[in-house]
Design a protein around this ligand. Structure first.
Ligand code: PMP
Length: 401
């Protein structure tokens, strides 16, 4: 494994030569050259698609595509590559669990506990399900540390709880709840657990077996890979007990006008021509990540966020919503609208996000209409922090007039 060198790491991201100061990696990470090359080579050199043709190029492609499942399984320490289902991303993976696993098991009056910190992707599919079935979505509130209140979770879980939906890491505060404890509590009442790993996977790839996770979802584009591809991990017995949600080509073994026989897991959940380029790009990202000292890279990103928080705290009205020493720094300036600030920052070449971050209930819990969010990645530099601080001072001077 290479030791982590921020300057060398940075050189692998061509977009940085053009992106100015990029502080929006929580929305999507930039892509290293090796991922770009793998995707480009697929389109320029590969022939055919997967699981459909007998000619040798297509067979090789199928092998590569299926091997990528094993790479994801190894990232998450899943015991079997067939526990990995390709999806468009986290959103589709969660909807798949909602419609294919939970819906047939849900009765009116059953409960789904969802934390208040969730991204809309891990809330709306459960609300839709509640509408469809008469089940109830129960809010797990934030504690004073802005993390989902796991102490309160014990009082919310009961014999009506079918599922707990919890994010590994908030895309706003960067807070990581105690998954081990939450999962143990949920399992004690026989509820299953859906972990949204969209934000967490790049920082702390989980051990799904050690944590006893039932379902885990992530998106490749937040893990240095392409957009439009992601994965669902599920326990084998849960996946085996799920019927397909979407029908179409290659998800079945036999069909006539009386019905169809679905393929085994995971192919039964992958109707239609898949995103082969996406899988190959993700595979390249995982190969490349295996060379990285992820912990050292993480320490670097978090140290930059800490420095930024220290420097920005000199601004009158500065408020931070950061949990712990996360690499995400959500903040605002009391009395000044985040959209005004972000517009001025953009003029200084600083790319960061302002708004509700697809987490309206979390914004309500924090008592704000929105925040700014600077999210740091290992390719960011001390100069980026200084540029942000300088631009914030300039913006404040202009807005205070
Ligand atoms: N959950 C969290 C915590 C996220 O940050 C995101 C992406 N912003 C998602 C879910 C949804 O991911 P995707 O849009 O890639 O499906």
């Amino acid at each position: 494994m290479m030791s982590f060198n921020p300057a060398l790491f940075r050189q692998q991201f061509p977009a940085l030569s053009d992106a100015g100061v990029y502080l929006d990696s929580a929305a999507t990470t930039l892509k290293p050259q090796t991922v770009i090359d793998a995707t480009q080579q697929f389109y320029s050199l590969s022939a055919g698609t997967v699981h459909r043709s007998q000619f040798s190029a297509a067979r090789k492609l199928t092998e590569r595509y299926e091997n990528a499942r094993a790479q994801v399984a190894s990232l998450l320490n899943a015991h079997d590559a067939h526990q990995i289902v390709w999806t468009r991303g986290t959103t589709e993976a969660i909807n798949l669990v909602a419609q294919s696993w939970l819906r047939p098991r849900l009765r009116a009056g059953d409960e789904i506990v969802v934390s208040e910190a969730e991204h809309h992707a891990n809330l709306v599919p459960w609300l839709m399900l509640a509408q469809q079935t008469g089940a109830r979505v129960v809010k797990l509130p934030l504690a004073s540390d802005r993390l989902p209140d796991i102490d309160q979770l014990a009082t919310l879980l009961n014999d009506k709880t079918r599922l707990l939906a919890l994010g590994q890491m908030s895309n706003v505060t960067g807070g990581c709840p105690d998954l081990q404890r939450a999962i143990t509590l949920a399992h004690a009442v026989d509820a299953k657990v859906m972990i949204d790993g969209a934000q967490g996977v790049v920082h702390y790839p989980p051990d799904v077996q050690a944590l006893d996770i039932d379902f885990y979802a992530f998106s490749a584009h937040k893990l240095y890979g392409p957009m439009g591809i992601g994965a669902l991990y599920g326990k084998s017995e849960l996946l085996a007990d799920m019927q397909p949600w979407q029908g179409g080509g290659k998800m079945l073994t036999e069909v006539n006008f009386e019905g169809f026989i679905p393929q085994p897991v995971p192919w039964r959940f992958e109707a239609g021509t898949p995103n082969v380029a996406g899988v190959i790009g993700l595979s390249a990202a995982l190969e490349w990540l295996a060379q990285l000292d992820v912990q050292a890279a993480e320490r670097w990103s978090c140290s930059l966020a800490t420095l930024a928080e220290q420097q920005l705290s000199a601004l009158p009205g500065f408020r931070s919503y950061r949990c712990g020493d996360s690499s995400l720094l959500a903040f605002d300036i009391q009395g000044i609208h985040h959209n005004d600030v972000v517009t001025l920052l953009a003029e200084s070449g600083i790319s960061l996000r302002a708004g509700q971050h697809c987490a309206q209930p979390l914004m309500a819990a924090l008592g704000v209409g929105g925040t700014l969010r600077a999210s740091f990645a290992p390719y960011n530099t001390l100069q980026d922090v200084e540029a942000l601080t300088r631009a914030m001072h300039t913006a404040m001077t202009l807005l205070a007039d």
